[in-house]
Ligand binder design. Structure first.
Ligand SMILES: *Cc1c(COP(=O)(O)O)cnc(C)c1O
Ligand SMILES: [Zn+2]
Length: 426
């Protein structure tokens, strides 16, 4: 039983279900009927007061009272979350803002943010007694599921678009996942995975379909809060704005699950009386995959807006039909934030810029957050008094080929000192 959960609410019709009434989506709204988990904050407040979260030791499971899992379900044995936050003054100077914090989620066990969600997936699969866990992914969600399932000894079947980067496919196979390379797009792989889920009774991790993935992802917000020195053991309600918390959080957006999760974390903090005012969430999309940017700019309804053809080098944010689009749009609207779009050229250029000014090597989709900050700064959406957090969602080692295109070639020399002098003009 999960006594701290009030229910799962359909974001289309508003109907509230008990956790054991539904598995994935609102039965009245089919695959689009995204559900949002609602909690009993009064109960959670007393749990947090009795046991303040120790993120440094427990990572994301420091926040168990705020997670949709039963008390008796074992957490996977990998150390997930507790990723570092760096103060990056040179990035702040370049963007013309007061402060930039870099939250390096590439430091997770499988080198991306997706570990936070896949950890919940393996726990929910265990609660349901499912033998096989499945997902469709452009790479990172699958790698996270495969890696964490390898740690717990669960089996996975993974649908990946055949175009996914080699490093990501290699990671899946190395962890022992059964990998099916689908001749088609991410959206094709996603639909096929849903069919297989229904046909074979597997547990499905798919983003936007499984309501619990954004719940795992929200733990990044709690970490950021604690790592910036704020206390998560409620004593009194905070009233005044917090000066050491971001005014803007930049998150790259494909399906929209991460930004929906970051928002959910903020909402939980508000519900717990720990956050008087939410930062603005800034969703960064690749110009070649900008469904949500378009919908936001043109005020379109994402429940009915048709898919677009997605094409971007930032494979992790390539999504023709963002599966968590309802939660993503809510995140932007309810924080008075914005969507920003950036070209592939700007994304690739952001990889070495971010690395050289912060020491953090990001894959294209992760560097997109920084490209988005530069764009927003150029457009006047952020300025000298703003404090910015950049969520760096995946390691640059995930897609070395993309990084190589963005940097100059190294010089080849003979093994002599004279050659060094010549090469460096000494
Ligand atoms: C999945 C992913 C994203 C985007 O997350 P969504 O939930 O699909 O919006 C961004 N960056 C990286 C590295 C990812 O793996
Ligand atoms: Zn519904």
């Amino acid at each position: 039983m999960m006594h701290h959960i009030l229910g799962l609410r359909c974001l289309i019709c508003g109907k509230l279900y008990q956790p054991d009434e539904v598995t994935y989506v609102c039965p009245d709204h089919g695959d689009d009927g995204t559900l949002d988990v609602e909690y009993d904050y009064a109960q959670i407040r007393s749990q947090l007061a009795a046991n303040p979260p120790d993120w440094a030791r427990q990572g994301m499971f420091a926040y168990r009272p705020l997670l949709p899992v039963a008390e008796t379900t074992a957490a996977p044995p990998l150390h997930i979350g507790a990723t570092p936050v760096y103060d990056a003054p040179r990035l702040a100077a370049t963007a013309g803002v007061a402060q930039v914090w870099v939250k390096d989620d590439g430091r997770n066990p499988t080198a991306s943010f997706k570990d936070r969600a896949s950890a919940i997936a393996v726990m929910k699969a265990a609660e349901r007694g499912a033998e096989i866990i499945t997902t469709a992914s452009t790479g990172n969600a699958a790698a996270a599921l495969a890696g964490i399932a390898a740690a717990t000894g669960q089996k996975t079947v993974i649908f990946v678009p055949a175009s996914a980067p080699q490093a990501k496919i290699a990671q899946l196979l190395t962890y022992g996942a059964t990998v099916l390379l689908v001749e088609g797009s991410y959206d094709d792989a996603f639909e096929l995975c849903l069919k297989a889920t229904h046909a074979f009774g597997w547990y499905c991790r798919n983003t936007g379909y499984n309501p619990y993935m954004s719940e795992g992802k929200k733990t990044v917000t709690f970490e950021l809060y604690q790592q910036l020195g704020l206390e998560m053991s409620p004593i009194s309600n905070l009233q005044s704005p917090i000066s050491n918390f971001p005014t803007h959080i930049f998150v790259s957006v494909g399906d929209g699950c991460i930004i929906g999760g970051v928002y959910k974390g903020l909402r939980d903090l508000v519900g717990l009386g720990l956050l008087p005012q939410m930062p603005k969430l800034m969703g960064v999309q690749a110009a070649g995959s900008s469904y949500l940017y378009e919908a936001w700019r043109n005020d379109e309804d994402v429940v009915t807006k048709a898919p677009i053809a997605a094409n971007t080098r930032a494979d992790s944010i390539s999504a023709g039909l963002p599966r968590d689009r309802i939660k993503a749009m809510r995140a932007i609207r309810e924080t008075d934030g914005a969507f920003v779009q950036v070209s592939d050229a700007a994304i690739l250029a952001a990889i070495p810029k971010l690395a050289q000014h912060s020491g953090v090597f990001a894959e294209p989709a992760a560097a997109a957050a920084y490209a988005g900050l530069l764009q927003a700064a150029a457009d006047g959406q952020v300025g000298p008094s703003d404090r910015v957090a950049l969520l760096i969602t995946g390691s640059g080692l995930k897609d070395v080929a993309a990084a190589i295109t963005a940097v100059s070639q190294a010089t080849t020399i003979k093994p002599t000192l004279a050659a060094v002098e010549q090469a460096l003009n000494l």
